[in-house]
Design a binder for this molecule. Structure first.
Ligand code: ACO
Length: 326
């Protein structure tokens, strides 16, 4: 049994001011508002301004999450940032956030699992906290996907957006009154490296020496997404000894409204329990789960004591899920 329990302490989000609507996109590539809405559910996405970087968005989300938790940067001894779009090849965004928050202890690093990044980062932080290797973690998903899009490719550029979300997690001794069933209850990670060609970026430091652009065989990714996500949710629920019907809220990676609905149908989940922000945010990759979580806490849907299942699938393929009692 773990020595410590990972408790949820706070959440924060940041979306860039600039909004790009489907109608505006229709003047850039051969697409239409109705095509994008029907196939994806997306109405608009936020885009980082010129000079605004992933670490700028991540820092704002992190400060909001700490405020919500009633904690300060001095409390933090672990920072994990999930991102595919770091400011630089190195240092990590996490190290940059550590510097900006004035934190001089503990560890900071990035994880790369594309759209599943937040689930991977949360799982990693949970392991650090449960083993007593850190006391307070900032887990951040932050992306400027707009910087790796080919803005002439209508099959990909309509799907993605920019943003950041941050969660604060703390280690609590499980012996404390009433916290036995609170916090991170279970996590489940998977990957299968055979599918690179279906979803990848065609550049990088040691191959082309360029940043590259996102390439995707969308309809094939779609099929894998529904199957793998549903499998990870069922496996996680079984491992945790929880009935899917007893879960209060589902916070999925926001890739496509049809994927959200397909998974919900497969597992007989009422759509009212599925938090969806894809219409307003598009696919913000590693940022999408904490952004959706933040929205549902801000509008009062997710409350203290609720059981929440988060899930994602992304390039790699990577996929996974996490179960948290708030
Ligand atoms: N506007 C208008 N037409 C378009 C557009 C567009 N933006 N994009 C593609 N089309 C056309 C295609 O060219 C094709 O035309 P054709 O029939 O003349 O050849 C037609 O629309 C159908 O294309 P499909 O790719 O079959 O369309 P589909 O219904 O599969 O929808 C989509 C495409 C939205 C990309 C969907 O497959 C999808 O969402 N896939 C999952 C993607 C995903 O989840 N990615 C994220 C997971 S990992 C990550 O987040 C990085």
């Amino acid at each position: 049994m773990s020595e410590f329990r990972t408790r949820f302490a706070g959440i924060g989000a940041c979306l860039p001011d600039r909004i790009l609507t489907n109608d505006e996109l229709s003047s850039m590539v051969d697409t239409s508002d109705s095509w994008i809405r029907e196939r994806t559910g997306i109405r608009q996405r936020h885009l980082a301004a010129e000079g605004e970087t992933t670490s700028d968005l991540a820092e704002r989300a992190a400060r909001r999450a700490l405020d919500q938790a009633g904690l300060t940067p001095d409390d933090v001894d672990l920072i994990i940032v999930a991102t595919t779009t770091p400011d630089f090849t190195f240092p990590s965004v996490a190290s940059m956030i550590q510097g900006r928050l004035g934190i001089t202890r503990g560890a900071a690093f990035d994880v790369q699992a594309v759209c599943t990044g937040f689930i991977y980062a949360l799982t990693t932080a949970d392991n650090f906290l449960a083993r007593g290797q850190a006391k307070c973690a900032l887990v951040i998903g932050a992306e400027t996907m707009s910087r790796i899009l080919d803005w002439t490719d209508r099959t990909t550029c309509v799907l993605f957006g920019d943003g950041a979300g941050a969660m604060v997690l703390t280690a609590e001794p499980p012996a404390d009154e009433g916290i036995e069933d609170r916090g991170v209850l279970a996590t489940y990670l998977r990957s299968d490296g055979r599918y690179k060609d279906l979803l990848h970026v065609d550049g990088g430091p040691s191959s082309t020496g360029t940043v590259g652009h996102l390439r995707m065989a969308g309809n094939q990714v779609f099929r894998h997404a529904v199957t793998n996500i549903a499998e990870s949710m069922s496996t996680l629920a079984t491992q945790a000894g929880v009935d899917i019907a007893d879960i209060n809220w589902f916070v999925p990676h926001q890739a496509n409204q049809r994927i959200l609905e397909g998974v919900a149908r497969k597992l007989s989940i009422p759509t009212e329990k599925v938090i969806s922000t894809v219409a307003d945010h598009g696919n913000t990759s590693a940022a999408s789960v904490p952004l959706a979580f933040d929205r549902a806490m801000q509008d009062g849907r997710i409350k203290s004591g609720d059981l929440v299942l988060m899930e994602a699938l992304g390039g790699g393929f990577t996929w996974g899920a996490a179960l948290l009692r708030v």
